[in-house]
Design a protein around this ligand. Sequence first.
Ligand SMILES: Nc1ncnc2c1ncn2[C@@H]1O[C@H](COP(=O)(O)OP(=O)(O)OP(=O)(O)O)[C@@H](O)[C@H]1O
Ligand SMILES: [Mg+2]
Length: 431
Amino acid sequence: MKITSFELENVKRVKAVAITPNRSGLTVIGGKNGQGKTSILDAIAWALGGESYRPTNASRDGSVLPPKLHVEMDNGIVVDRAGKNSALTVTDPTGKRAGQKLLDEFVEKLALDLPRFMAQSSRDKAKTLLRIIGMEDEIKRLDDAEQQLYNQRRALGQIADQKKKFAMEMQSFPGAPESPVSVSELIERQQAILLRNAENQKKRNRAMELSYEKQKIFDEIKRLREQAEELERRIRDRKQAYENTVRDEEIAMKDAAELQDESTAELEDSISRVEEINARVRANMDKERAMKEADDLANQYAGMTVQIEGIRQKRTDLLAGADLPLPELAVEQGELFYRGKAWDCMSGAEQLRVSVAIVKAINPRCQFVLIDKTEQMDADTLEEFGEWLEGEGLQAICTRVATDGTCQIIIEDGTVASDETKQATWQKGVF
Ligand SMILES: Nc1ncnc2c1ncn2[C@@H]1O[C@H](COP(=O)(O)OP(=O)(O)OP(=O)(O)O)[C@@H](O)[C@H]1O
Ligand SMILES: [Mg+2]
């Protein structure tokens, strides 16, 4: 339902106006301060909204006649308020008398005062939107799940950070062995070396023995030479033996010369420092364990991030499948978003568009809105909003403190300024 025309007399600041608003898009009522613009919207709201919209001082001061309101709707409903008590008369499309109840079917209260809806908190607007699309509970469940995960993840993240910091600060010894040193193993290795060294000693002793043997034989030969010629054969034998021995000695000497004893100094050192080394080994193991715990926590954190993103995606999908009053509207954590922007990040035109779309969705039969004080919108914003309204087939009747080309109607002293007056103002250079 839209407003086809209205005639208002002696209500608040209005003396008498008769206006036929545009069927769709904007109808901007301009004028200087205090001329009666808001009074017009208040009168329409009273006519369509019922007794609770009756202005405190409805009757125009100085008027002997009571207020008179006449509003015609495009579905044939006609509303009148007249007489001493401004009694309501509603005529239905067939010409029969009806009442406020019939109007209530077509009029959404928020449409009578769009700025009131716009002034609501973003959360309240989001709630309204979710109620309209019937997803209050589902989205709330997802929001709660996300919030819970988010809190858990934050706590986990703090622990992970602390753990990592603690692990980084722990002392470590790059040169220390990977596992603790065992004393018995060191002693075993020492004994093995000592055993091999003893073996070497044996070989050395054998070489010494052979030297001694050589000397003995040499002496014997000498003695035998001196003793007798007949012992010549024996001497030859012994000579042979001597030569053999010399050869063996040579080999043995060579062997002995090449022998090298292994040092046990390093092991002795290790044994004496075993406690210190093991302390370092334990420190390294502790650090490694702490680092691993920190890594595990970081992995859990990442896992939760994936879960949270999953929930967000679910919510986006849910809303994408919903019958939204406006494409690209969304609700996240109870806040309203349009084209990814929160309410306070939307342009004025976007805020108007979102509000009108939501209000229209509350009662799709109500196809008009009243918007007081649009002067914070510049001409471009107004035009953009007007084009969108036309595209949606919606009607908006607005007021604006202006007398320029953005206004279709100028109110002066409670009446519509005549074209001649406008012309005169124009010539004075106001336009
Ligand atoms: N019942 C009444 N009779 C006569 N004048 C009234 C009545 N009620 C309010 N006014 C006067 O009307 C003026 C305000 O009218 P209205 O709010 O309609 O003007 P406006 O054009 O919207 O002004 P603004 O640009 O400041 O919003 C005030 O000066 C107020 O004192
Ligand atoms: Mg006003």
